[in-house]
Write a protein that binds this ligand. Structure first.
Ligand SMILES: Cc1ncc(COP(=O)(O)O)c(C=O)c1O
Length: 458
């Protein structure tokens, strides 16, 4: 073993067969040249994708329930998106909007302003990644309010750049060794019904919001808080769906203290949860919304959209960036908006979510490992525990299920602050037979994990 630790494939529990196919050859090259931190969860390389399917360089097909970590609501290589990007590529790749503007940027902002909740006039600014948009939402909120503090939640994931990482709430692997982080970030608990010590959802919400009010007494005066940044469903934190009263009550607290509510819909937006925006499920109108991932079908594009006077509080050139709102990404995003509508993908998200819930939820009866199946629309989490009473996290079993499922041609993700949640973010174009096959493969793998005593240690 070298000084940097074991090679990645081995570190992840894989033994790659030397000479065993095109993927194995690429693995060897990757180990020599790609940073160890970028450790793929499965030792196969992509050759092409179509809809909800991915094919590796050895020709093996996979149902892609990871969906590029939730970026592929419209699936891989959707013909309409491909055409839009090709047309744009043939015209121009890049100008920088503030040097020489183009219609695509304006049209994406129009679509975002029209579709996001809020009965006020809105404006938008485009960026590249979710983290970058989160950073800019904080800059905008600070400018508008003239306040410095930001409140975020336990279990939150807002990205990996320094401000976003400061808002993110998980030590390993995201934060450990990377400090110091941005100051003026305060943290309160997020309602996590499955792990709550309180018997009812209402008491759980009450506790979390009381902690927020306590924060204003114990740590920072509300007059100094610019924004509360919140995910409507924790994604990376384990697909945690808060009780329906949480966001509206949070909205009310923010309104009372004139704090901006920034809802991070990077993962939950663009139809993922069965509505265009998860905030709509509970009728919440954020002051600012952060959008990313599925916005441009896998091309880098993110946005901050919200109340016009808030967005416009930033002086000219105060926010921006060389590539923000790239023309190719904007062309893709405009096609994505059309595809979501034309193909009824919001409804499809609800159907997919229901089928995954019912199929995997039924396993709870026969497989004690399955602690909870939860989610909103086509954003589904299966929390695994080795002991249902103590809710002892079972991260090893998650690793086992992900490997077995991938061997059988279904790709899924890991999530959760205890790394013990299987997360499914499938393309919304997932066909019926792919859906039923996914449920049956995951079910078989979970049953198998249940029978593995050597993994029962959690
Ligand atoms: C809710 C949320 N916010 C922000 C981010 C960061 O996005 P990116 O990885 O594009 O920077 C993510 C990524 O998973 C996310 O899920």
């Amino acid at each position: 073993m070298g000084p940097g630790g074991p090679p990645r494939a081995v570190a992840r529990g894989w033994t790659v067969q030397p000479g065993g196919g095109a993927s194995a050859v690429l693995w060897a090259r990757a180990q020599a040249s790609v940073a160890r931190a970028l450790a793929p969860q499965w030792p196969a390389f992509a050759a092409r994708g179509a809809g909800a399917l991915l094919f590796d360089v050895d020709g093996r097909p996979y149902v892609d329930l990871a969906g590029g970590v939730g970026c592929l609501a419209v699936g891989h290589a959707h013909p309409k998106v491909v055409r839009a990007v090709q047309d744009q590529a043939a015209r121009f790749f890049h100008t920088d909007y503030v040097v020489f503007p183009y219609e695509g940027y304006v049209a994406v902002c129009e679509r975002l302003c029209a579709s996001t909740p809020g009965r006020w006039r809105k404006k938008a600014a485009l960026f590249n990644s979710g983290a970058e948009a989160v950073e800019n939402a904080v800059k905008i909120a600070r400018t508008y309010t003239g306040r410095s503090a930001v409140v975020a939640f336990e279990g939150a994931f807002h990205g990996r750049t320094y401000m976003a990482l400061s808002l993110t709430s998980r030590v390993v692997p995201y934060k450990a060794g990377f400090g110091p982080f941005a100051p003026e970030v305060y943290r309160v608990p997020y309602p996590y019904p499955y792990r709550s010590p309180f018997p009812t959802e209402e008491q759980t919400v009450e506790f979390c919001l009381r902690r927020l009010e306590d924060l204003f007494t114990l740590h920072v005066e509300p007059e100094r808080v610019a924004a509360v940044v919140v995910e409507p469903v924790l994604g990376e934190g384990g697909v945690v769906v808060p009780p329906a009263s949480f966001l509206p009550r949070l909205r009310e607290i923010c309104r009372r203290h004139e704090i901006l509510l920034v809802v991070d819909e990077v993962q939950t937006g663009m139809g993922r949860t069965g509505r265009m925006w998860a905030s709509e499920h509970v009728g919440v109108e954020p002051d600012l919304m952060v959008v990313g991932k599925s916005l441009a079908a896998g091309l880098p594009l993110s946005a901050v959209v919200g109340r016009a006077e808030v967005v416009d509080s930033v002086r000219e050139a105060g926010i921006g960036g060389t590539y923000v709102g790239n023309p190719l990404s904007c062309a893709a995003a405009l096609a994505v908006f059309e595809v979501l509508e034309e193909e009824g993908l919001l409804e499809r998200a609800r159907t997919i979510g229901q089928a995954l819930h019912e199929g995997l939820g039924a396993l709870q009866l026969e497989c004690p490992l399955v602690g909870e199946v939860r989610g909103l629309g086509a954003m589904v989490g299966v929390e695994l525990v080795t002991d249902r009473d103590r809710k002892t996290p079972a991260p090893d079993h998650v690793g086992f299920v992900l490997r077995r499922a991938a061997e059988r041609g279904a790709l899924a993700l890991r999530a959760g602050v205890f790394r013990n949640v299987i997360r499914l973010l499938p393309p919304l174009v997932l066909r019926e037979e792919e859906l039923s096959r996914s449920v049956s493969v995951l079910g078989d793998c979970l049953r198998e994990a249940c029978r593995r005593p050597e993994l029962q240690t959690g």
